[in-house]
Write a protein that binds this ligand. Structure first.
Ligand code: SF4
Ligand code: SF4
Length: 281
């Protein structure tokens, strides 16, 4: 089963849920944690994986041989990312805008476009006990989160439970992460900002037709802003994780709550039970 842990905004506890849930499940199941938050991956800080392999993630970017270019503009007109410009009979590449789709290389009628590799990120693979650990990280100075996420997802051995720690927000990298998942867990917090971003995330997941539920992090007695919204919209609350000083201390030391405070283990496992009930319906 593929489960994505997502949130409408950063800082709600998405990685906190992803790491603790995956670790708790790995005691009894075959689990893989895939950190797709490639701009700022941080699951490794809590899981402390034993990394076995690292490799560059590359794309093919065009190299123009201007001695063959006739200035027909076919490539620059059709590059949907505006990564090419043709001036008179010369064409220039803006590598930072190129997504490596290869279209320009295929359509040039004069064979003027070759290719070269460009490093856009790094892939890591390792273990946390019995759990598989995968991580992608964008190279500083690049903007291509989606191809990095796609590459990391292609490396995952699909066995048992795969948990994807999604980027925050609702943009293309999130869509790339969650699109083939069986279930999405949206993590939020009880505040007006939290609710606003949760609503955006709910719209995104609904539009993709993926089953989903919500975990309310830092829940407070008597503060029902999230619960009221979920009830009114018939959205399942999978679990509440209370605002707890002990959790904050464990988290701030880069440790796992399910390991340090065993009473929380069942609360995270309950999230999985709630997911299974809904995926099997
Ligand atoms: S398609 Fe080829 S020939 Fe035409 S402008 Fe581009 S590089 Fe030049
Ligand atoms: S490879 Fe694709 S994105 Fe890159 S310049 Fe060519 S058409 Fe544009």
């Amino acid at each position: 089963m593929k489960i994505a842990i997502a949130s409408g905004k950063g800082g709600t506890g998405k990685s906190f849920v992803a790491t603790n849930l995956s670790y708790a499940l790995s005691e009894n199941f075959q689990v893989a944690l895939v950190d797709c938050d490639v701009e700022e991956p941080n699951a490794y800080l809590f899981l402390k994986p034993e990394i076995k392999e690292k490799r560059d993630i590359t794309i093919k970017v065009p190299v123009i041989d201007n001695s063959k270019c006739t200035g027909c503009r076919l490539c620059s007109t059709h590059c949907e990312f505006h990564a090419l410009i043709t001036v008179k009979d010369k064409t220039y590449v803006f590598e930072e805008l190129c997504h490596g789709c290869g279209f320009c290389m295929r359509i040039c009628p004069n064979g003027a476009i070759g290719e070269k590799n460009k490093v856009i990120g790094e892939f890591s693979y390792g273990f946390v006990g019995r759990m598989d650990f995968y991580m992608g990280e964008m190279k500083v100075g690049t903007e291509l989160a989606t191809p990095v996420i796609r590459y990391v997802k292609e490396q995952v051995k699909d066995r048992g439970i795969v948990i994807f720690d999604s980027p925050p927000g609702t943009s293309c990298p999130v869509v790339e992460t969650i699109e083939d998942c069986d279930f999405v867990v949206l993590v939020t917090e009880p505040s007006p900002f939290g609710l606003n971003d949760l609503k955006l995330a709910v719209e995104t997941v609904k539009s993709m037709g993926i089953r989903f539920g919500v975990v309310e992090n830092r829940a407070m007695e008597g503060v029902n802003i999230i619960k009221d919204y979920l009830r009114e919209n018939n959205i399942p609350l999978l679990s509440e994780i209370p605002l707890d000083r002990e959790i904050a201390e464990v988290y701030s030391h880069g440790k796992l709550v399910v390991r340090e405070i065993p009473s929380y283990r069942d609360r995270f496992l309950k999230i999985y039970d709630e997911i299974v009930k809904r995926v099997e319906i």
